[in-house]
Ligand binder design. Sequence first.
Ligand code: GLY
Length: 324
Amino acid sequence: MTSVTVNLGERSYDIAIGEDLLGRAGEFLTPHLKASRVAIVTDENVHALHGATLAAALSKLETHMIVRPAGEDQKSFAGLEAVLESLFRAGFDRNDTIVAFGGGVIGDLTGFAASVYKRGCQFIQIPTTLLSQVDSSVGGKTAINNQFGKNLIGAFYQPKLVLADTTVLKTLPERELKAGYAEVVKYGLLGDSDFFGWLDANGADVLALKPEAIAHAVATSCKTKARIVAEDELEHGSRALLNLGHTFGHALEAEAGYQGDLLHGEAVSIGMEMAFAFSAQLGLCRQKDVTLVSNHLEKTGMPQIKDAASLLRPEVLLGHMSQD
Ligand code: GLY
């Protein structure tokens, strides 16, 4: 197991990364609990696949499972209200702990619910997708969407612990795995050429979930994210680096709609290639770096600009980007 610390003074926390950690969740969570009650917020897919393992691991605690439908729609006022209502009905108080058990949608929704429930209740992230293990579960960004855009209502609210079990990634559909891999590539492009070189040589093993490769990819990504978040928790400066390709990507997502035609990570993959191409056009990066990125995306079978032809209407995309 690898442990990465996010250093934020008294709000510091660890990210535990490794195989088969879900079955040991009780051992990891218990030292952080102020009371023995734990609400677990999850979605129907994760619950069906892994709910019983987590429930068994937490059998010594009083657990309350809140199972929501899967999908981006849950990051809404209606989704938030449903989670809060369930917490009220079960009589949760501020000493209890809320666990986000799922991908980015569940993590964002649950973290935001925890930040406002009775003015703040501690929470723990158990991310179950590659994207949430390397990015969204770390760093305390929580949010819901509204008609004006994604993640526009939210809070910076740090978890007490992130428990990333790489074994659960085996049940992810390939498309979701690749969507998460886009964020892994991002960490290779944020000034870590050794990691990018390693990914270029080992990307196929990461996507095949070879234990050593996936563990290295998740741990290296989390180390970079932890360093950047510790430097600039509230995104006044360097944290904006983590948005590489995201402004293009969010515009593509908005244009595609949020019904699953283009996943966030897929949009980020295309968006990073666009960002490199645009940067080269402005003379800010070398054409050979654009080629390096494009070749890597090509050889790992990641979505690229050429796959998004129907979405590439500049005025429309610029309209979305102005809201980002
Ligand atoms: N996902 C970007 C960030 O956490 O800042």
